[in-house]
Write a protein of this length. Structure first.
Length: 189
């Protein structure tokens, strides 16, 4: 049986801007503590001895007005989202399952190229790019200058993009009307 308390709830600030996602359990506790108010509810009910509540889908904080900064982790999916599912070598956009993440400077060359004090980490935003399978296998362990390739775009840490939410998820949970500001909708994996 699905646990409705584990389902995701979109959290808005006092200006009705999406700022976070929490579990229905947390959302209900915040409503009961008067920290948040429900904005949209699902058909599902949760019952305790004293009360019956609809499971919230969207809540709004009663006094939090800020928009937090989001620091994204360097993960495969976040690299692919940063590069908008586009291979940094051939510039073609692909569905997510057809993409890989490549180290611009390969491990075998890292120390020789970057020296003892590398300007950034091997596994950092600046050495990781989205690559289609074909480009990745053609490039293999070579450096771009050795094969006459150029990066379509210099890799960088993503700007503050707001919440990253899969479009399908936002649609199925009824969040879309609050996904216009501070939300980047992406394809699901
Ligand atoms: Zn490619």
């Amino acid at each position: 049986m699905r646990d409705v308390l584990q389902e995701s709830v979109l959290v808005l600030n006092t200006s009705m801007i999406a700022i976070d996602i929490c579990s229905a359990r947390t959302a209900i506790l915040e409503i009961l503590r008067n920290i948040a108010i429900p904005i949209k509810e699902s058909e599902d009910l949760v019952r305790s001895e004293k009360l019956t509540l609809h499971v919230p889908r969207i809540i709004a904080q009663r006094s939090y007005h800020k928009i937090p900064r989001y620091d994204q982790k360097t993960s495969k999916i976040n690299i692919i989202y940063r590069d908008d599912q586009t291979c940094c070598y051939c510039g073609v956009r692909f569905p997510i399952p057809e993409l890989t993440v490549d180290h611009v400077i390969p491990r075998s060359r890292w120390k020789k190229i970057t020296g003892e004090t590398p300007p950034y980490d091997f596994n950092s935003w600046w050495n990781l790019v989205t690559a289609c399978r074909r480009c990745n296998s053609v490039k293999a362990n070579r450096l771009l200058q050795e094969i006459g390739w150029k990066l379509q775009k210099k890799p960088d840490k993503p700007k503050n993009t707001g919440l990253v939410i899969a479009r399908q998820r936002a649609e199925s949970l009824g969040w879309m009307e609050y996904c216009r500001v501070n939300v980047r909708l992406v394809e699901s994996v």
